[in-house]
Design a protein around this ligand. Structure first.
Ligand code: NAD
Length: 367
């Protein structure tokens, strides 16, 4: 197979490409604009492979997307290119509308034209896989409905709380999640109206190596090591379901190769944690790996909450488990330890990707 991966220089896209090159005999074309979030260094271990190609292209540029499709003749497209940070979408929604909505529309139209030109067998086997987020479903649980106190309690205590299924209605809260929801609707409409063989996946929060340091986990690790405050939004009681990025990459490959066209699959890690629990865990692992006199937990500082911040997301991943036999391999405890160790071993990567334009300042405070 030849797979075109959009956004392959980003956090999840690069994990997908490393997974495909290292574990299959497939070819990959990475189509990426290389925004601040895209980094070819994340692909260093596979970029010498004769099965890897790179095209620096904006998905909003129809002529260039047409050229790439005609030139490389992919068997499937995995669409990950997006603006992905909620806080940035609060400060500047325009780029989210442009890339996530207009860009997905442009890619869909270019793909439809390409797909219609294919010979019968290649056309029948072609897939357009759209990678989306659980944030499109919106806030799952009102704070008043949460058992209290939650800190330190396991999933068992929350077992009776609802989960997102593939049937959960969309109620996105942020410009980011609203733009992703719009793109999901476009993809499904291109299936229903034009018959394009699409697959949609909605995944929970990812973490792991090569995550840009604006996101919670790398931000906390790097600030902790530099003795800086660890900014926790509000009380830090928001709950997210965490999935190790390499588990997500395996799931995505399963879906694009074995999923049924027109279907949606929720992907999650069965790892619900409050943000404050995540930060405590990072502090405690750092204390073991890089001991310091003062507890890293002392650096935690509560800051103004994110406007419109959703309280809880949690995924019911039983469909992908039952139909495609996928389950995560990492627990949060094993995955977070690997992640902290990776950041300790790759501080130079973190330094280079921040490249002077981002100093881990507060984004999206809504002021
Ligand atoms: P990321 O921000 O790390 O990477 C996005 C990549 O897309 C970058 O390489 C960037 O250069 C590229 N890109 C941005 N605009 C582009 C454009 N106009 N044309 C071409 N390339 C462009 O994002 P990520 O965390 O790897 O997320 C990838 C996808 O997965 C996104 O669609 C996101 O919505 C979705 N997702 C992310 C998470 C998560 O926890 N990170 C969870 C579920 C779903």
């Amino acid at each position: 197979m030849k797979l075109l991966v959009t956004g392959g220089a980003g956090f999840i896209g690069s994990a997908v490409i490393r997974h495909i090159i290292n574990n299959t005999s497939d070819e990959v074309v990475n189509l990426d604009k290389l925004t601040y979030a895209g980094n070819l260094e994340s692909l260093a271990e596979v970029s010498d492979s004769p099965r890897y190609n790179f095209e620096q292209v904006d998905i909003c540029n129809r002529a260039e997307v047409d050229r790439v499709l005609a030139q490389h003749q992919p068997d499937a497209i995995m669409h990950l290119a997006a603006e992905s940070h909620v806080d940035r979408s609060i400060d500047g929604p325009a780029e989210f509308i442009e890339t996530n909505i207009v860009g997905t529309y442009t890619l869909l139209e270019a793909t439809r034209q390409y797909w219609q030109s294919l010979e019968e067998t290649k056309k029948a086997n072609f897939r357009f896989h759209h990678i989306s987020t659980d944030e499109v479903y919106g806030d799952l649980t009102h704070p008043n409905e949460l058992p209290s106190p939650l800190v330190g309690e396991g999933l068992g205590e929350r077992g009776s709380l609802p989960l997102f299924t593939e049937q959960t209605p969309y109620t996105p809260s942020s410009p980011y999640s609203a733009s992703k929801a719009s793109s999901d609707h476009l993809v499904r409409a291109w299936h229903r109206t034009y018959g394009l063989p699409v697959l949609v996946t909605n995944c929970s929060n990812n973490y792991g190596p090569y995550h840009f340091p604006e996101k919670l986990i790398p931000l906390m690790i790097l600030n902790a090591l530099e003795g800086k405050p660890l900014p926790v939004y509000g009380k830090g009681d928001q709950i997210r379901d965490w999935l190790y990025v390499e588990d997500h990459a395996r799931a995505l490959y399963k879906v694009v190769t074995e999923g049924s066209p027109g279907e949606t699959y929720n992907i999650g890690g069965h790892n619900e944690k409050q943000n404050i629990e995540v930060v405590h865990t990072i502090c405690d692992i750092l204390q073991q790996l890089r001991p310091q006199e003062r507890s890293y937990r002392d650096q935690i500082t509560n800051v103004k909450d994110r406007p419109g911040h959703d309280m809880r997301y949690a995924i019911d991943a039983s469909k992908i488990q039952n139909e495609l036999d996928w389950v995560p391999e990492e627990t949060f405890e094993t995955g977070i330890r690997k992640t902290v160790q990776w950041y300790l071993d790759n501080l130079d990567w973190c330094q280079r990707v921040q490249d002077g334009s981002y100093q881990r300042e507060r984004l999206g405070a809504g002021e």
